[in-house]
Design a protein around this ligand. Structure first.
Ligand code: FMN
Length: 369
């Protein structure tokens, strides 16, 4: 029977119940004391939207133009590695959802389905997210494959010069590839629904690499301004830089001819002392000018959050864990339910604040303190 998911917290609760602790913690966890992850959500919650009345809002349109294309909704799927840990075939479910709702899906370098396969599933909706691991030439070979597969939008993630220690993963003994000891066997046995499905389907692995070719925990510190220049010259399609919070960095990236900046603190998974991403958004918007395309993620747990990010200057919003909670709770149904409820929350929120289109959502809808 389908799980009754009425909010993201419901999805999270069901996912926590169904998934082994080691897997749920890997998705749900963050860096250090997980302060930044909590702060992202708190700061979004604290923002207040001003209700407006007597506006005819009977018809509302959620379609959004971003990077010269109309999308069905103002949000898309953030790049996330190893999504198939939540449910076998999760990448295919994400791709199907991207097509169904006409939203972008950013496929991670560390995905558990190959980039070529996903490009075949969703030629119009797939973006590719690039990590540069221990070798630039390996990264450039990957870029070649991305181009050959037909992707036209590339996201370079720059906020992981080194993977930050995640305390829950360390405590649980989470490693890639997974080493299965007594603790893990007990954990799997206590979550038979997940274990039977996932283990029968075969443990997920990094599908874009041969075994041993890319180390999850290895350094990724090679990426610098000179590399960005080289990548900009090499990649003719749309190029987005993800994980930017500093105004100074953002201005330099904009001046390098990058098509869009993706404001994010990686959902609090990198620098625990980082500011809440939403707090930096208006500053970056002011610095980059009103028309520069800007993506946002980190801490969005529903439709009101999407509206608030748009109001503070995001051109488009990406969802991270919210979608994995949906998948972890109830597979395809859970994922589609989460997208549908976020869509509905955005629409209802727009009605309350007197907006009939995404373009009308601006700073004036936020209550100024
Ligand atoms: C399980 C998991 C895996 C992730 N893997 C990647 C990745 O491979 N590449 C990347 O750029 N960001 C990755 N991220 C970060 C997300 O793209 C996004 O920035 C973050 O989840 C947003 O915060 P939120 O989860 O609070 O929405 C990952 C996040 C999670 C939760």
């Amino acid at each position: 029977m389908a799980k009754p998911i009425h909010c993201i917290a419901d999805a999270r609760r069901y996912a926590r119940r169904r998934m082994p602790k080691i897997m749920f913690d890997c998705v749900d966890g963050a860096a250090g004391a997980e302060y930044a992850n909590g702060l992202n959500q708190e700061k979004i919650q604290q923002l207040r939207l001003l209700p407006r009345v007597l506006v005819n809002v009977a018809q509302r349109d959620l379609s959004t133009r971003f990077l010269d294309r109309d999308w069905g909704l103002p949000f898309g799927i953030a790049p996330m590695g190893m999504c198939n840990l939540t449910w076998p075939d999760a990448d295919r479910m994400l791709a199907d959802a991207a097509k169904k709702f006409d939203i972008p899906m950013a496929l991670s370098t560390m995905s558990s389905t190959s980039l070529e396969q996903v490009a075949q599933w969703i030629p119009e909706n797939g973006w590719f997210q690039l990590y540069v691991g221990q070798s630039e030439s390996q990264a450039m070979q990957l870029v070649q494959r991305v181009e050959d597969a037909g992707y036209t939008t590339l996201i370079l993630t720059v906020d992981v010069p080194q993977v930050a220690p995640r305390v829950r993963d360390l405590k649980n003994g989470f490693e890639a590839p997974l080493r299965i000891g007594v603790r893990q066997i007990v954990d799997f046995a206590l979550h038979p629904g997940w274990s039977v499905k996932t283990l029968l389907a075969g443990a997920p692995s990094l599908a874009n690499f041969s075994p041993g070719e890319f180390y999850r925990d290895g350094g990724r510190g090679l990426v610098d301004w000179e590399f960005l220049d080289r990548l900009r010259r090499r990649w003719k399609g749309r190029l987005i830089v993800k994980g930017v919070l500093s105004v100074e960095d953002a201005l330099r990236i904009q001046n390098t001819g990058i098509d869009s900046i993706y404001v994010s603190n990686h959902g609090g998974r990198q620098l625990d002392a980082a500011p809440a991403a939403i707090d930096m958004l208006p500053l970056l918007r002011e610095a980059l000018g009103p028309d520069y395309p800007m993506l946002f993620d980190s801490g969005i747990r529903g439709g009101e959050g999407v509206v608030k990010a748009l109001a503070l200057g995001a051109s488009f919003v990406m969802l991270g864990r919210s979608l994995l909670y949906g998948l972890g709770a109830d597979g395809e149904h859970g994922l589609q339910r989460v997208i549908d409820l976020v869509r509905n929350e955005i629409s209802v929120t727009m009605a309350q604040i007197g907006c009939t289109g995404i373009q009308q959502i601006n700073h004036s809808v936020i209550v100024q303190k």
